[in-house]
Design a protein around this ligand. Structure first.
Ligand code: F6P
Length: 357
């Protein structure tokens, strides 16, 4: 091994720069390799010449605490169906593979969620690329690993939002709704909801009914509580099992946001005064938490060590207090939503939080 590439792919999150820094430190400091940062996910490899930044210790030393990814990223460019300016979808996979070989890379580290990892793996198999991946996503839905880069920071931000809403809700005797991210998995909602002391948490894994939700709010009123807090994931499940999302497949809002939809339903049914906060991309921005920096540093070092051992097609992860590595295919196959039997769900129910039926 003489030269490796590193890229970030999919939605950004906090902690990515900590990974890039750790990879560079380990690859250069321990093994004496060259490290090339690839810009804007695989798009950088489509450019001629490829769009890259040579990385050295000096360049990455200060990025540990910076949010986002200084290499840039995208979640819109599936190379097997790449959207062209004229609207056509073009298979540009061979351009990326050529880019990798043109750069003389011996291996590549891809930091991404399950969607990005599936694409990178397909490219690696097609083009003889040596790939190691690192899981990142605020949604924490990558399989096998107990946590992915970005999740802890997002939960911290969402919890702080709940903490703040308590005061304003109490002052005005309102029902406050906080809509957080998590299209397919409710890990952020359930974690921040429990940590922040919410009264209701709605997630895509567990169906709810508006009638039972309103009963919960009524019970609280009867107990003399003058306000309630609801944390809702950006997608919820109706009692018929239908997933209703703030973002439909065309990127258009179906109900003007799940949070707003709930607020309208609650005020119609109960007469309560409601207000909605959509936390949005604030969850993905800002300084990474200490845990995300730690995890990013551990994953970065471990990924480089895998390459040094000639172990490819592997994803690093965290399990039982250890950094582990597993086959990328297994991690993708075991996509991880909130398990209705999990400690988090049992805890929420044990605390009397309405979490659906
Ligand atoms: O997958 C991570 C995520 O943050 C989801 O929770 C959210 O639905 C999506 O990305 C938003 O992506 P975009 O950056 O395209 O708005």
């Amino acid at each position: 091994i003489k030269r490796i590439g590193i890229l970030t792919s999919g939605g950004d999150c906090s902690g990515l720069n900590a990974v890039i820094r750790a990879v560079t430190f380990r690859a250069i400091g321990t093994y004496g390799w060259k490290v090339l940062g690839i810009c804007r996910a695989t798009n950088g490899l489509m450019e001629r010449p490829p769009d890259i930044v040579p990385l050295d210790i000096e360049r990455v030393d200060r990025i540990l605490t910076a949010g986002g990814t200084f290499l840039g990223t995208t979640n819109k460019g599936n190379p097997f169906a790449f959207p062209m300016p004229n609207g056509d979808l073009l298979d540009r996979s061979s351009e990326i593979i050529d880019g990798y070989h043109t750069l003389g890379l011996d291996a590549m580290i891809g930091i991404g969620g399950d969607g990005s990892m599936a694409i990178l793996r397909k490219l690696a198999q097609q083009g003889g690329m040596n790939l190691v991946t690192i899981p990142k996503t605020i949604d924490n839905d990558v399989g096998i690993t107990e946590c992915s880069i970005g999740f802890d920071t997002a939960v911290n931000i969402a919890t702080e939002a709940v903490d703040r809403l308590h005061f304003t809700a109490a002052s005005h005797s309102r029902v406050m709704i906080l809509e957080v991210m998590g299209r397919d998995a409710g890990h952020i909602a359930i974690s921040a909801g429990i940590a922040g002391g919410a009264d209701v948490i709605l997630i895509p894994e567990i169906p709810y009914t508006i009638a039972n939700l309103c009963n919960k709010l009524k019970d609280r009123q009867e107990q003399g509580k003058n306000y309630s807090l609801i944390v809702v994931s950006e997608a919820v499940r109706t009692e018929e099992g239908e997933i209703v999302s703030s973002t439909d497949p065309f990127g258009e809002s179906r109900y003007g946001g799940i949070g707003q939809y709930l607020a309208n339903q609650i005020s119609i049914r109960s007469g309560a005064e409601t207000r909605v906060t959509v936390l949005g991309h604030i969850q993905r921005g800002g300084t990474p938490s200490p845990l995300d920096r730690l995890l990013g540093s551990m994953f970065g070092v471990a990924a480089v060590d895998l390459i040094a051992q000639g172990k490819f097609d592997r994803m690093v992860g965290w399990r039982d207090r250890q950094v582990i590595d597993v086959s990328i295919a297994d991690a993708i196959a075991q996509y991880c939503t909130v398990d209705p039997d999990s400690a988090a769900v049992r805890t929420a129910r044990g605390l009397g939080i309405y979490l659906g039926d």
